[in-house]
Design a protein around this ligand. Structure first.
Ligand SMILES: NC(=O)c1ccc[n+]([C@@H]2O[C@H](COP(=O)([O-])OP(=O)(O)OC[C@H]3O[C@@H](n4cnc5c(N)ncnc54)[C@H](OP(=O)(O)O)[C@@H]3O)[C@@H](O)[C@H]2O)c1
Length: 283
């Protein structure tokens, strides 16, 4: 379906490259149908040579023939980009934004264009293992919905939601999620080193424990509550029971819950263009 559509990426960064690589790997688009545009000639040239796609350092030229315009700049660059391309988009084109915190209302009012998809991917998208939550404005056609599904599917799993409010929630849970996982892993590695393991061994133990646990959870035939899996490794009076007691006593569960809530509030505040109140200033 995408083979007949021209796709322009405004913002040729790591996420744009992840989508381009995924589209080509899955043969969903032809290289000659893809254009990337950004201010840095070296970067667009690099992508153009690597993936044999078109390049531009002029956003308005890049979108002239585009059926899909992917907005993949950092949030602080978005206003300038929207002002620059406003009025120059093909009338039937789809705008697909991966910009954190940028609402459909903001994008459509800046562009005076209403076919907008807003999405929130995450970092593992760079190896095709991401999860993206996305939603669409009412004006987006069923054909455009399918195009968006295929483009975002190039990053890994995708979940369509009806309500845009889920995007800030997804930002806090899955968009920011890799940061929590890496912090947790880092703490486990450091604890292993504290016990006396060489760092390299501690890293392997932690990485494979996390990967194996996730696979064990996801690849079961019967869906199971996480608490049941935790109980499976918690014998009465054993090592897990002792360790879990200390985690609960330290407020581990509450700390995670508070952190995700704080990320959610921060995402909402950034989307509203304001600043959120730092936790230490909250009563
Ligand atoms: N990385 C993630 O895991 C992740 C997850 C979820 C959502 N996102 C969202 O994805 C978006 C892109 O993130 P990223 O990590 O790919 O960022 P990135 O690597 O910094 O890419 C942004 C690109 O935009 C270019 N750019 C700057 N100004 C521009 C302009 N006026 N016109 C066109 N291009 C311009 C930058 O060029 P220069 O470097 O030369 O300035 C850079 O190549 C962000 O909005 C972010 O919120 C990222």
């Amino acid at each position: 379906m995408l083979n007949s559509s021209n796709i322009a990426f405004i913002g040729p960064g790591v996420m744009a490259e992840a989508i381009i690589a995924g589209l080509l790997r899955k043969k969903l688009a032809l290289p000659e149908a893809i254009t990337c545009s950004g201010p840095n000639n070296e970067r667009v040239e690099y992508l153009s040579n690597k993936y044999l796609i078109h390049m531009s350092t002029d956003n308005t030229k890049a979108i002239q023939q585009a059926d899909v315009v992917v907005l993949s700049v950092k949030p602080q660059r978005l206003d300038r980009v929207l002002t620059g391309i406003s009025g120059k988009i093909k009338p039937g084109a789809l705008i697909l934004s991966i910009v954190a915190g940028a609402s459909i209302k903001k994008i459509s009012s800046c562009l005076n264009h209403h076919s907008i998809v807003r999405s929130m991917p995450n970092t593992p998208a760079q190896i095709g293992q991401g999860i993206t939550v996305w939603t669409a404005a009412p004006e987006v056609t069923p054909h455009q919905i399918e195009m968006a599904r295929q483009i975002l599917g190039a990053l890994g799993e995708e979940i369509f939601v009806e309500e845009e409010s889920y995007l800030d929630m997804a930002t806090a849970v899955s968009g920011t999620g890799p940061a929590y996982v890496f912090l947790f892993m880092e703490a486990m590695v450091d604890a292993g080193v504290h016990l006396g393991f060489p760092r390299r061994i501690a890293e392997s133990l932690v990485a494979q424990t996390v990967r194996g646990s996730v696979d064990y959870y996801l690849k079961r035939d019967d869906p199971v509550h996480l608490a049941r899996l935790r109980n499976e490794v918690t014998s009465p009076g054993g090592t897990s029971a002792e360790a879990l007691y200390y985690l609960e006593k330290a407020g581990f569960r509450t700390a995670i819950s508070r952190a995700i809530w704080a990320a959610y509030e921060r995402s909402q505040a950034l989307g509203a263009g304001g600043k959120s109140v730092p936790p230490e200033e909250k009563k």
